[in-house]
Design a protein around this ligand. Structure first.
Ligand SMILES: *Cc1c(COP(=O)(O)O)cnc(C)c1O
Length: 460
């Protein structure tokens, strides 16, 4: 099974280059619009197809997209159009999924802190829920009516260990997610809950994300599969009919290649858990970053450059407000940076060591430290590659910086792949840049006087 795939897959740097040049030409990036996110819709469709092909052997699989990885309604609608369902973890994400047009039966609600109201709403809509704890199973039992169409599962933590990034590893011994299966008595209590509630028909595990190996993820899924078999054997009936294997396939941020592929992931699962694909269980997946990361990029204007202590610094408009994880955990989340000239063409020239800094007012706001790139100058652009998931879709409002605009793009026509002049790139709006009125409004402008009315008045 090949571990890399040139095609189908997300865009090459050349396709990104074509998009950058056309975005600058169309004014989507420039002096008055200094930063924006871009999503390659052809690449998204290719990635979904690769996922569907990898699991084609499994009858009745529901692939859901983890909404938090790209919480943008037009992107969710594109994914619905590709035949996907949606995994949500908050009332806001549920609302986006419904607005995007997913049918409730294709939505799965996972969250470690579901309120009674959220549970009631999911049950009324017929959205699937995975209980995160035995207490939550009790809560669902007290709120559920027999007329609810919701599939109800239980999230377990197979406690198979950590990947390379602790904050992205959900199957550690002390993870906050799911029922910790190896804890004394836990397995028995899980089996007992299934015995008490015939409507519990699904198991769920999400072992982790970036930094987790295919083997670690497969080991976690294998534990869950064995538990499903044990429950059904103990109860003498096939009560567990669904297995939700979560998402978490890591993404390669080092170059254009897609590795590991969905095909490699499915092969590792087949090797570790042969029975998973034989049709006795309905499979659910919840991939996020592996579908979107390589299908998006950030473009940002270089506003100034300066030298400080012998280091060249490019001051751009892409910083912690749009690349939050990378700024705060640069070793765990390094990004490739591309240098483009004022016309949006890839820059040539000898490499110069430069810091790529953002607009935020704190010293650590640097997205790439001591990076070798052609010399950047005022009016140039930088590209942060592979940022289609968890970056521009999840901005941070530090310094009251606006949420940047997001555009979808499609490269069509001859030469669309090579970034040459003969190509065409079409854009469509995904999210408008946030206005100053909106920033003021979400900063309490509607309550501007409210604090003056509290407490004693100042004597004049
Ligand atoms: C975040 C999350 C996912 C998606 O993870 P990716 O690493 O983006 O694939 C899937 N399931 C659950 C429960 C999650 O919390």
């Amino acid at each position: 099974m090949p571990l890399t795939s040139p095609a189908p897959g997300p865009p090459s740097s050349a396709r990104v280059a074509a998009a950058v040049r056309h975005a600058v030409g169309a004014g989507l990036l420039g002096e008055s619009r200094p930063v924006a996110g871009f999503i390659d819709t052809d690449g998204v469709r290719d990635s979904v197809r690769a996922l569907q092909d990898a699991f084609a052997g499994a009858p009745g699989v529901l692939h859901t997209f983890a909404a938090k990885a790209a919480s943008l309604v037009p992107v969710l609608r594109l994914l619905a159009d590709c035949g996907m369902g949606c995994e949500v973890a908050s009332p806001g994400e549920l609302r986006l999924a419904l607005d995007a047009g997913f049918s409730p039966s294709a939505i799965v609600l996972d969250s470690p802190a579901k309120t009674r109201d959220e549970i009631r709403q999911a049950l009324a809509l017929g959205v699937a829920l995975n209980a995160d704890s035995l207490d939550e199973v009790r809560r669902i039992a007290s709120l559920r009516s027999s007329s609810s169409a919701s599939v109800i599962g239980m999230r377990v933590n197979p406690q198979v260990g950590s990947g390379a990034i602790g904050a992205m590893s959900t199957a550690t011994a002390t993870s906050k997610f799911g029922v910790a299966l190896l804890d004394p008595g836990a397995r028995e209590r899980v089996v007992q809950a299934f015995a008490e509630h015939s409507w519990l028909t699904q198991l769920h595990a999400h072992v982790g994300s970036q930094g987790c190996s295919l083997e670690l993820i497969a080991a976690g899924v294998a534990e869950m599969y064995q538990l499903a078999e044990e429950i059904n054997k103990t109860l003498g009936t096939r009560q567990v009919t669904g297995i939700d294997i979560g998402g978490g396939l890591p993404v390669n941020f080092d170059d254009d290649s897609v590795r590991p592929t969905f095909a490699a992931h499915a092969a590792a699962l087949r090797a570790a858990v042969p029975g998973l694909f034989d049709g006795r269980y309905r499979l659910i997946t919840e991939f996020g970053r592996s579908l979107l990361a390589k299908n998006g990029f950030i473009g940002a204007l270089v506003e100034y450059t300066k030298d400080a202590g012998g280091r060249r610094i490019a001051l751009t408009h892409a910083g912690a407000q749009i690349a939050t994880r990378t700024v705060f955990m640069p070793d765990a989340w390094p990004l490739r940076v591309g240098a483009f000239d004022a016309e949006g063409r890839p820059k040539e020239g000898p490499p110069l060591v430069q810091d790529i800094a953002g607009p935020c007012c704190f010293a650590g706001d640097v997205v790439a430290h001591a990076r070798e790139l052609p010399e950047l100058r005022e009016g140039d652009f930088v590209v942060l590659y592979d940022t289609g998931a968890y970056y521009f879709s999840t901005p941070w409002s530090y310094n009251s910086l606006p949420r940047p605009a997001v555009y979808g793009f499609s490269t069509v026509g001859d030469g669309g792949d090579d970034g040459s002049d003969g190509d065409t790139v079409r854009f469509a709006p995904v999210r408008d840049a946030q206005s100053l009125d909106s920033i003021a409004e979400e900063s309490g402008a509607g309550h501007a006087d409210s604090l003056l009315g509290l407490g004693p008045r100042r004597d004049r």
